[in-house]
Ligand binder design. Structure first.
Ligand SMILES: [Zn+2]
Length: 121
């Protein structure tokens, strides 16, 4: 659903002209943001974070006991990254301390404002 930029009439998404005032509609609403370079960069950060989480798991698995939290944390993190959900700072710090220093730093560099808030539109 989109709205006429002139009179505010609710229009069909396919409509090219307003049914009430006849003014042409824009192809996309003004809130539409095309995929851009920063998004791709964030995806790279996400991927790197996953890789380093898994590497962290492998390294800590040498001590066996840390696997109790490393594996669940990695699974949880990968799920959140795949669903593009926000990750809390607490989780990031725990990742940094207990799983992988590099993955933690990468996660802290992640711009959370890109996620969560944009999901509702
Ligand atoms: Zn109109």
């Amino acid at each position: 659903m989109k709205y006429c930029t002139n009179c505010g009439e609710a229009l069909d998404d396919a409509a090219r002209f307003c049914s009430r005032c006849g003014s042409p509609t824009e192809p996309y609403s003004k809130t539409y943001v095309p995929p851009s370079a920063p998004a791709a960069r964030t995806d790279v950060l996400d991927t790197l974070s996953k890789v380093f989480m898994i590497i962290g798991c492998v390294i800590t698995s040498l001590w066996l006991i840390p696997l109790c939290w490393c594996v669940p944390m990695t699974v949880s993190l990968v799920n959140k990254l795949n669903r593009r959900q926000t990750i809390t700072t607490g989780f990031k710090v725990c990742t940094l301390l207990f799983v992988s220093l590099v993955a933690g730093i990468l996660l802290l560099c992640r711009d959370e404002s890109r996620y969560g808030a944009s999901g509702g539109r």
